[in-house]
Ligand binder design. Structure first.
Ligand SMILES: C[S@@+](CC[C@H](N)C(=O)[O-])C[C@H]1O[C@@H](n2cnc3c(N)ncnc32)[C@H](O)[C@@H]1O
Length: 283
């Protein structure tokens, strides 16, 4: 039987989780900590949540037990072409704009970052949109030379699944059109495997959004979707400011439908396209 999580144990674990990955758990989320970490108690040889806390608290973030704790706490819910509109905006507005700049010699690369990519549906949907776009001009092979998608997440198990690129029939039924399934996936005994044309456009890497990345690279488009909802107000502010620095001039930011930059930073302007809302970095 799983031991009960006391109020004190909840507060200690909540603070540790926040410190490690920025996920902010309100008082009413004790049940979530209890349910999701219960399995790790046995694995770590702890008989109470307090004992588990004492084991994890002094370990480096890279230790397997910390990784498993963060993995258990993250919510990796995702789907193909989630909410549709970011992909419509990409296809109809942003890719034609960037492609014109490339044709005129004013741009050399299109760098896209999927900053909380979960099991890969978001970066792969982006890659499929890019490939579809360039198929019309017969540049679907060539475009790999200038379009690069970096996909990162804190959850190592999600990243491993993303990198494998294998999805069961339930996963492919969530948002994927038949034409894309036929064109970009190969059927296997237990599901579907993403095609190499899509896969080779995406590089997966572990990254913790709570920590500031040491990179000189900038991005033309950042997807930061459905992850800020888990963060504290101060981390949202800090993260959005950091994202603005990592975007190239006039770069674009996509957030989840319930998320906004408003009230956190003035570094972005809101762009509306039909029912879609996205953000452009101010010059
Ligand atoms: C609900 S999923 C959203 C996935 C995708 N962006 C989408 O909109 O479908 C949230 C993802 O954020 C990741 N995440 C949570 N905290 C993170 C952090 N500190 N750094 C990087 N990724 C994080 C989780 O592991 C999870 O895969």
């Amino acid at each position: 039987m799983t031991p009960h999580l006391s109020d004190m144990e909840f507060r200690l674990l909540r603070d540790l989780i926040y410190e490690q990955c920025g996920i902010f758990l309100a008082e009413n989320k004790a049940y979530l900590v209890e349910n999701r970490l219960a399995g790790l108690l046995e694995q770590s040889g702890s008989s109470t949540f307090g004992e588990f806390y004492l084991k994890v608290k002094n370990l480096p973030h890279s230790d397997r037990l910390c990784t498993l704790m963060v993995d258990a706490i993250t919510t990796n819910e995702t789907s193909w072409f989630r909410d549709q509109y970011p992909y419509n905006v990409l296809r109809e507005k942003i890719l034609p704009e960037f492609d014109r700049q490339i044709a005129e010699g004013r741009k050399r690369r299109i760098d896209i970052w999927s900053a909380a990519c979960s099991t890969g549906q978001e970066p792969y949907s982006t890659a499929i949109t890019v490939l579809d776009f360039y198929t019309a001009s017969r540049k679907e092979t060539l475009c790999h030379n200038w379009v690069h998608i970096l996909a990162t997440d804190i959850s190592t198990s999600s990243l491993a699944r993303a990198n494998e690129g294998r999805y069961d029939s339930i996963a492919v039924s969530r948002g994927l059109e038949q034409k894309h399934l036929q064109r970009y996936f190969a059927q296997e005994a237990k599901g579907w495997k993403i095609d190499d044309r899509v896969k080779k456009m995406v590089s997966f890497r572990h990254d913790n959004l709570k920590l500031s990345v040491q990179t000189v690279q900038t991005f033309d488009i950042i997807f930061l979707r459905n992850v800020m909802i888990y963060f504290s107000e101060s981390l949202k502010r800090e993260l959005l400011t950091r994202m603005a620095k990592l975007l190239s001039p006039n770069g674009y930011l996509f957030l989840g439908t319930g998320e906004t930059t408003s009230g956190y930073t003035t570094l972005f302007e809101m762009v509306e396209f039909g029912k879609a809302i996205y953000y452009r970095k101010k010059p």
